[in-house]
Design a protein. Structure first.
Length: 269
């Protein structure tokens, strides 16, 4: 039985005409044995590297991703850094980590089949960058604000004084639940207002799930997580607004973190 042909590991796709302006520079591929290369199909150019078929076939790859943490971290970082580098040079549709095609023919078939969609995506993301905004909140200053400025809660707190200890305990629990509900409402309204202002600057936006403290490892709670597709000439305005909000809201316990530019991960799938 003959040796299997190498598989195709796809990093991303770019418009062919941009390669005339910025020629492609080969780089070491994910397996460190093959250099990345370009294959063109009409107006679409695929940036890929060959990889060993046995190492990257379904079960072997799945097992490696599960059992070899060092390889997984190193390979995922390689993929991410390649995409960051390509995004600075081209209008890039990034592929997910370990996007594998068995043959050049199967890659060509897929790209030709989706050519119209790909061309539409190139138009949508051209001249744009993806930026992520995470908003964190220190609940304590905000909780104090709710306690001080909510008439209904202040009234209930005053009523506690005249209650018996047993009744006071249960009523206090109700008030605590009311405060938490008001706190969440305040946080959501605040974040949604910021998001609305940033959306005015962005071409497109998506709201993501906020991460728990277990994931972030932070002391502050993440209250908001969103991504924006922003034209390059609007990025400065976006970052200035984030900085302004950071300065205005810091004393109230808020912290804003904008990161980017990233490839348009969230706007091509």
């Amino acid at each position: 039985m003959g040796q299997k042909e190498n598989y195709i590991y796809l990093y991303g796709i770019v418009p062919v005409y941009e390669l005339d302006k910025t020629p492609f520079s080969p780089f070491a591929g994910i397996d460190k044995e093959h250099n990345a290369a370009i294959a063109t199909y009409g107006d679409i150019a695929a940036i890929y590297t060959e990889v060993d078929a046995e190492a990257y076939e379904g079960e072997a790859l799945e097992s490696r991703m599960k059992d070899d943490l060092e390889w997984l971290q190193e390979s995922a970082m390689h993929h991410h850094e390649v995409l960051l580098s390509l995004q600075k040079k081209y209008t890039l549709i990034p592929m997910k980590f370990c996007t594998i095609y068995l043959t050049q023919d199967s890659l060509e078939e897929k790209l030709c089949e989706q050519a119209d969609t790909i061309q539409s995506l190139f138009i949508r993301i051209k001249g744009s960058e993806e930026w992520n905004l995470k908003i964190y909140c220190d609940d304590e200053p905000l909780r104090e604000h709710v306690l001080q400025h909510s008439p209904s809660i202040k009234e209930k707190m005053q009523e506690l004084e005249s209650l018996s200890p047993g009744r006071k305990f249960f009523e206090k629990r109700k008030i605590d639940q009311l405060v938490e509900a008001e706190l969440e409402k305040e946080k959501n309204q605040f974040c949604e207002q910021i998001h609305a202002e940033l959306t005015e600057i962005a071409s497109e936006e998506k709201i993501k799930t906020a991460w728990s403290k277990d994931v972030t490892g932070r002391d502050l709670e993440m209250s908001w997580n969103s991504v924006y597709l922003i034209q390059v000439d609007q990025v400065e305005a976006f970052l200035d607004l984030v900085q302004q909000k950071n300065e205005e809201s810091a004393s109230s316990g808020w912290k804003f973190e904008a990161t980017g530019p990233w490839p348009a991960y969230h706007f091509v799938y």
